[in-house]
Design a protein around this ligand. Structure first.
Ligand code: PLP
Length: 400
């Protein structure tokens, strides 16, 4: 029965296309890595990959693949249950204990993804009498999680500590019972690190709990990869850490919350994405356990990643590109105009370099960019080839 809904949606899609904002998924015909095989329908070709969250290069690590295979043989393919009915294997508790111990927290709870962890973490912990103070650049899943929670919402401009203090004062003046400051550890579009020492100082002054989403840091930043609390020297002062198993820690899937025992215990009782969604698949849990074990000891890979990041930043700056400065492996190459960002991405694609252009609404208008990400899976020769391709394409398009 035609209701007109499909026609209406077709119009919306046409508008997205007309605005130059339509996202097309390119196909990869093989595993994730420093180089990938790109499929274009006629065949496949190799490309250097500069846009994966595969910071330590663990996404196709042979020991992790083997651990996942062994896990599947010993524990089966799927659980066909949520955790509290019959979906908790020894593997799941082992992984939770390992995450908690790694991050120096009392306990941890797994979710299907960090998107679910962030969607589920706020609502059980805080009520209408409470306040959540959120950085304006926080990840979409934090924004959604806060929307699902009855606590009063306060927002501060990214990294603006005076604005944060104003909002803490406002929450106080409004009589908030508990206050929680929520921030990304690394802001993924710009690649900069949250000012955690200042945030913790303010939070302590105003009696607030700090929650850090460390998806773009756990495993590769800080001592032993313990993330931004370690990198910025505030370990032990962050009350709640959320993170993903879908980036540095093997790149499979799954998310978690690590926090105090009462927080984790209450989330097991009340977090809706935990209660009403399937358990992590055994091979995924087994692979993640191995990934964390490898990441903890991977000072060599972290050193390679940091070297690559410095080298790429230096040479791209010398070539005349405008980068956003920072100390993470997220290195945005600013183009400003959305169409030119897409042209540069296409020119790089033609030169065997796989990148993604980011433009409005993901970043502000006139802040379009190519967001590059370094990986320990890349060789220096591959990075050199990528820089040459950038230089060649940038000159051809008049960007440098
Ligand atoms: C990637 C990311 C998420 C989502 O993680 P998934 O496990 O992929 O759902 C949440 N927050 C931040 C900051 C992220 O970068």
């Amino acid at each position: 029965m035609p209701t007109g809904l499909d026609d209406h949606i077709r119009d919306m899609l046409a508008q997205i296309e007309a605005d130059g904002l339509y996202k097309r998924e390119r196909l990869i015909a093989g595993p994730q890595g420093g180089t990938i095989r790109v499929s274009d329908g006629r065949g496949t070709r190799e490309a250097i990959n500069l846009c994966a969250n595969n910071y330590l290069g663990l996404a196709n690590h042979p020991e992790i693949v083997a651990a996942a295979r062994d896990g599947m043989e010993a524990y089966g393919f799927g659980m066909a249950s949520v955790r509290f009915i019959c979906g908790t294997q020894t593997l799941h508790r082992q992984l939770e204990r390992q995450i908690a111990e790694y991050l120096g927290m009392a306990d941890a709870i797994l979710f299907a993804a960090c998107f679910d962890a962030n969607a589920g973490v706020f609502e059980p912990l805080l009520g209408a009498e409470d306040a959540i103070i959120s950085d304006s650049l926080n990840h979409a899943s934090i924004i959604d999680g806060i929307r699902l929670c009855k606590a009063k919402r306060y927002r501060f401009a990214n990294g603006d500590m005076d604005a944060l203090e104003d909002q803490l004062k406002a929450a106080d003046a409004d009589g908030a019972r508990f206050r929680l400051v929520a921030t990304d550890g690394v802001f993924s579009m710009d690649g900069h690190v949250a000012k955690l020492p200042e945030i913790c100082d303010l939070a302590e002054r105003y009696g607030a709990t700090v929650m850090v989403d460390d998806c773009h840091a756990t495993g590769h930043l800080g001592k032993a990869g313990r993330g931004t609390p370690s990198l910025t020297g505030v370990e032990g002062r962050v009350g709640i850490i959320t993170g993903t198993l879908g980036k540095t820690l093997g790149g499979g899937m799954g998310g978690f919350v690590a926090a105090s025992q009462p927080v984790i215990d209450l989330l097991r009782q009340r977090a809706r994405p935990y209660l009403f969604s399937n358990s992590l698949a055994p091979p995924v849990a087994a692979g993640a356990i191995k990934a964390i074990e490898i990441a903890r000891g991977a000072d060599d890979l972290r050193a390679t990643l940091a070297d690559h990041s410095r080298y790429f930043r230096d040479r791209m700056t010398a070539a005349g590109f405008e980068l956003i400065p920072g100390r993470t492996p997220i290195i945005p190459v600013m183009v400003h105009d959305a169409r030119r960002a897409q042209e540069l991405a296409a020119a790089l694609d033609a030169r065997g370099v796989f990148v993604a252009g980011f433009f409005y609404p993901v970043v502000p208008k006139s802040a379009a960019r190519i967001r590059t990400q370094m990986s320990a899976a890349l060789s220096r020769a591959e990075i050199d080839r990528a820089i040459d391709a950038f230089t060649d394409a940038g000159r051809a398009l008049g960007i440098i």
